[in-house]
Design a protein around this ligand. Structure first.
Ligand SMILES: [Cu+2]
Length: 153
């Protein structure tokens, strides 16, 4: 009983000493989870809205560098975001079997695979100046109008 009490006292003392000598936890928490403002400052953010069947971006262009695309599926069907670098007319990219963009014939910079209705997904890509097309390459979606032009300056 007395040994147990002594042990408890020792444990309590140790915890107190540890708590006093330990560095304050707030700077650690701050470095492990940067505030949202730091993320915003680090890269340009562009919202891209997907519907059945259209793609619309919140801005027509961005500055060269890291660009974060926040893709929101406001449609009923699953969609995807494919970022293509191309000087071609956005409506005239080479097709595979008249249904989808032939991905072997265009320069794909980055993509978000199929994401469901009501989901929002993000991808960050380092973009060089030039002309781009943001499109959905689910079969027949591009030919149904799911693309929009995007310029990087
Ligand atoms: Cu689609």
């Amino acid at each position: 009983m007395t040994r147990f009490t002594a042990l408890v006292a020792l444990v309590v003392m140790s915890i107190t000493i540890l708590a006093c000598s330990a560095p304050t936890p707030s700077p650690v928490a701050a470095t492990s989870t940067p505030p949202p403002s730091a993320t915003l400052a680090a890269s340009t953010r562009v919202a891209v809205t997907f519907k059945d069947f259209s793609v619309a971006s919140s801005a027509p262009s961005a500055k060269a560098g890291d660009v974060t695309f926040e893709a929101k599926n406001d449609g009923k069907l699953p969609h995807q975001l494919v970022i293509v670098k191309s000087d071609l007319d956005p409506a005239a990219l080479p097709l595979h079997e008249q249904k989808e963009v032939d991905e072997s014939k265009v320069q794909i910079v980055s993509r978000i695979p199929d994401f469901d209705s009501a989901q929002t997904k993000t991808v960050t890509a380092k973009l060089a100046p030039g002309k781009y097309v943001l499109l959905c390459n689910v079969p027949s979606h591009y030919t149904s109008g799911m693309f929009t032009a995007f310029t990087v300056n």
